[in-house]
Design a binder for this molecule. Sequence first.
Ligand code: NI
Length: 192
Amino acid sequence: MAILPVVTYDDPVLRQPAEPVVPDHPGLEEFIDDLFDTMYEANGVGLAAPQVGVSLKLFVVDADAITEEEDEESFGPGVFINPEIEVLEGERWDAEEGCLSLPEIREKVTRPDTIRIRYQDRDFQTREEVHSGWYGRVLQHEYDHLRGVLFIDYLGAFRKRLIRKKLEEIRTGAVQAAYSLAPKSTEAGNQG
Ligand code: NI
């Protein structure tokens, strides 16, 4: 059990497609526990492996805290391995999102409401579920991390310009978070 440092948006690992997970991946059980510990420590509702610098197709969620507020069906801790998401019919809607890799940034994002997700659970049993509402949104946000997409990619040019300064502050390490962020290496600082 360990709290892992979270990498910020400027880390290249967040921009590359994650690698499929095999059942006998060394240390997988412990890594999943660490992801949960790290997510809870940071008060997050989801955390994807690339966010702790590990390029694996895997994320954890616990959306209970937000879904209860919305008076929706509540979902406990979930492990999603090798997920694939398909967008189903339904209206698109806006909501403010944040991301542990983008501390202090919250922006409105438009997403489809209903998705079908196919994945393996912690026991590598294949599952298929349909989700909508807040939980469906959390799953889409985390799934995006596994294909190198961040929520700021959905913003229009105007909003992107408004957050430019804050992004620069995150990149240079000037932004502090209430949880552990990965230290900025000189190498990462040179990436522009
Ligand atoms: Ni995120």
